[in-house]
Design a protein around this ligand. Structure first.
Ligand SMILES: N[C@@H](CCC[C@H](N)C(=O)O)C(=O)O
Length: 261
């Protein structure tokens, strides 16, 4: 594979390898880059496709599969564009789920994630345990499972079992506990990446499911704790009136270099 520049970054420890727009990307190359022992290591790869004024986040999961959207990745991508390409904000970024607008914030960056869709209910199983799940579409698919304790789901070495009729393209599964009013904590098993330290779209799905269950008054902001840190998620209006979700959190670049992987 031809040598290419790379950057490594994370948002609440959901970590990504960033590549320039002319880098060749194949599923094999994504897997090699994301390998935590033989590669750089990451939950996904982001290719920065653009011409200096229009940008597209070309996102891949660690197993080489595509996803429509990545909420933590888009903040890291925004930081990369500011540092390496002099991008100014607010900034429109294209994704497979359409255009997202990124703004600078006290925490780092805030992303307008659009209007969520609560599709219905489903079930999720791990081992001999089965829970009801709320199906939330954030552009990518999520199953939100309220549990008594975050350890209830066990070590999550294998993907939780979902109903393929509800999720024909697979699903990201969030296990959630309540910590207090407007405050939840979650673990996530990501489609294509396994258990990760955070998931931005997952935090949005969790907030939407929790606020809906709480009968929250809008705008509502929830603190969402993840193993890798804390995110703030705001729903600016009711779901019936196409309220939009805003995801706010940190972004960090930790390394840059070249790789022939
Ligand atoms: N970690 C991401 C979500 C990445 C995509 C996901 N695994 C999928 O396949 O939909 C986030 O921060 O949102």
């Amino acid at each position: 594979m031809a040598e290419t520049d790379f950057w490594k970054g994370h948002g609440t420890e959901n970590d990504f390898v960033l590549l320039p727009g002319d880098a060749e990307v194949t599923p094999e190359r994504v897997r090699a880059l994301c390998d935590r022992r033989a590669g750089i290591g990451g939950d996904g790869v982001i290719r920065a496709v653009g011409d200096g004024s229009h940008w597209f986040m070309d996102y891949y999961n660690a197993d080489g599969s595509l996803s429509e959207m990545c909420g933590n990745g888009i903040r890291v991508f925004a930081l990369h564009l500011r540092e390496e390409h002099h991008a100014t904000f607010p900034l429109e970024i294209g994704t497979r789920d359409g255009i997202k607008v990124l703004s600078e914030s006290e925490l780092g960056f805030s992303a307008d994630m659009g209007s969520p869709r609560v599709v219905g209910t489903s079930t999720i199983s791990v081992g001999d345990r089965t829970w009801p799940a709320v199906h939330v579409d954030m552009g990518n698919p999520h199953a939100v499972v309220f549990v008594d304790d975050l350890d209830d789901a066990g070590p999550l070495h294998d993907p939780p079992v979902h109903d393929p009729a509800d999720y024909p393209d697979g699903v990201n599964v969030e296990f959630v506990v309540r910590r207090g009013p407007g405050h939840v904590a979650m673990r996530v098993h990501e489609r294509g990446s396994g258990e990760t330290r955070s998931c931005g779209t997952g935090a949005c799905a969790v907030m939407v499911a929790a606020a809906r269950a709480d009968g929250a008054a809008y705008p509502a902001t929830y603190r969402v704790d993840v193993p890798g840190g804390t995110l703030a998620v705001t729903l600016d209006g009711s779901l019936d009136q196409d309220g939009r979700v805003h995801l706010d959190g940190p972004a960090v670049i930790v390394a840059r270099g070249t790789t022939a992987l």
